[in-house]
Design a protein around this ligand. Structure first.
Ligand code: ATP
Length: 319
């Protein structure tokens, strides 16, 4: 293999730039030419492709977002769209593609691989919702952003006797809420994977109040429902003053943490190695601090699960 391409797709995540940098530098180190494709699969179909050099990824390891931009494309889900993409890759003489994104992006990568064009996926999403890897690029940064916010809410909370509900991202996966809840000392954690008993949440709040607790913090993943609706219900039932904070897009931004930069560098470089070994149709991941790779089919066949031990611990600690 002499020429490879790289793109970012789906929702952006902090650390994607560090992954792009690793792909470009590792490829050049091994005498490959590397091409950056802008705007994800949309840009691929449109031929928005440029050769990258060592300098094009200078000074980006610390930057959030993605210098290659990201996009969502309905057209790419069609056969015609995928063929348009392959034509562009062929026009530039590109022989393998690295796709940095979430599982939707890997479905696109899988389609290209099935059509004879080898792709390797690098998991980049703040949700940590991809099976086959312990962590995705961006999760740690997002988690730290949430924790900073939780700590700040706590500061003001000590001055008032209130219940605080903090809504975080996670439509289908509760990892951000679970980890932030545990790290932030939340009373309750509401995630899509687990059905919580409302009465139990209320009892816990009341118990805390009765023993003189100044404030309570509840972490809620957006997939469970609206934080505002939940807050209203809590206030009506407990008669305790309740405030709701929806963190929104700040969770996606910011400079990646050291952990995310290291993860992105390792996964990006590993993806290049797989292409050099003529592999395709696989995602690289990390398990027990070892780099691994699995066929996309296996990734799609499993569903992401939360860490039960952590979930149970969060309950024990918020007694
Ligand atoms: P995140 O969940 O973090 O936002 P994602 O990669 O899962 O990231 P999606 O919007 O699901 O984000 O997918 C990104 C893009 O991948 C889509 O806009 C589309 O172009 C392509 N894609 C998704 N599913 C398919 C599919 N089944 N076939 C071909 N391409 C697909």
């Amino acid at each position: 293999m002499k020429k490879i391409g790289v793109l970012t797709s789906g929702g952006d995540a902090p650390g994607m730039n560090a992954a792009i940098r690793a792909v470009v530098r590792k490829a050049i180190y091994h005498n490959l030419e590397v091409y950056g494709i802008k705007n994800g699969f949309q840009g691929l179909m449109e031929g928005n492709i440029e050769q990258m050099d060592l300098g094009s990824v200078g000074d980006i390891i610390q930057r959030g977002g993605t210098i290659l931009f990201s996009a969502r494309s309905e057209e790419f889900k069609t056969e015609e769209g995928q063929m348009r993409g392959i034509e562009q890759l062929k026009k530039f003489g590109i022989e393998g593609l690295i796709v940095i994104g979430g599982d939707g992006s890997f479905r696109g990568a899988q389609k290209l691989t099935e059509k004879g064009f080898p792709c390797i996926g690098v998991p980049g999403t703040i949700d940590n919702d991809i099976s086959g890897t312990d962590f995705t690029i961006g999760f740690d940064t997002s988690l730290n952003t949430i924790i900073e916010a939780v700590d700040k809410v706590r500061d003001t909370a000590t001055s008032h006797e209130r219940t605080y509900i903090i809504e975080v991202m996670g439509r289908d996966a509760g990892d951000l809420a679970l980890w932030a809840g545990l790290a932030g000392g939340a009373e309750s954690i509401l995630i899509p994977e687990k059905k919580e008993d409302f009465e139990e949440i209320v009892d816990r709040l009341k118990r805390g109040h009765d023993r003189g607790k100044k404030h309570s913090i509840i972490l809620l993943a957006e997939g469970v429902g609206s934080g505002f609706d939940f807050g209203e219900r809590i206030q009506e039932t407990t008669q305790l003053e309740t405030r709701v904070t929806v963190l929104g897009y700040i969770q996606r931004g910011g400079s990646p943490t050291a952990t995310d930069r290291v993860l992105a560098s390792r996964l990006g470089a590993k993806a290049v190695e797989l292409l050099m070994d003529n592999e395709g149709g696989k995602m690289v991941g990390i398990q027990n601090n070892n780099l691994v790779s699995y066929p996309f089919d296996e990734i799609f066949a499993q569903s992401h699960t939360i860490n039960e031990e952590m979930y149970n611990l969060s309950k024990e600690l918020s007694i």
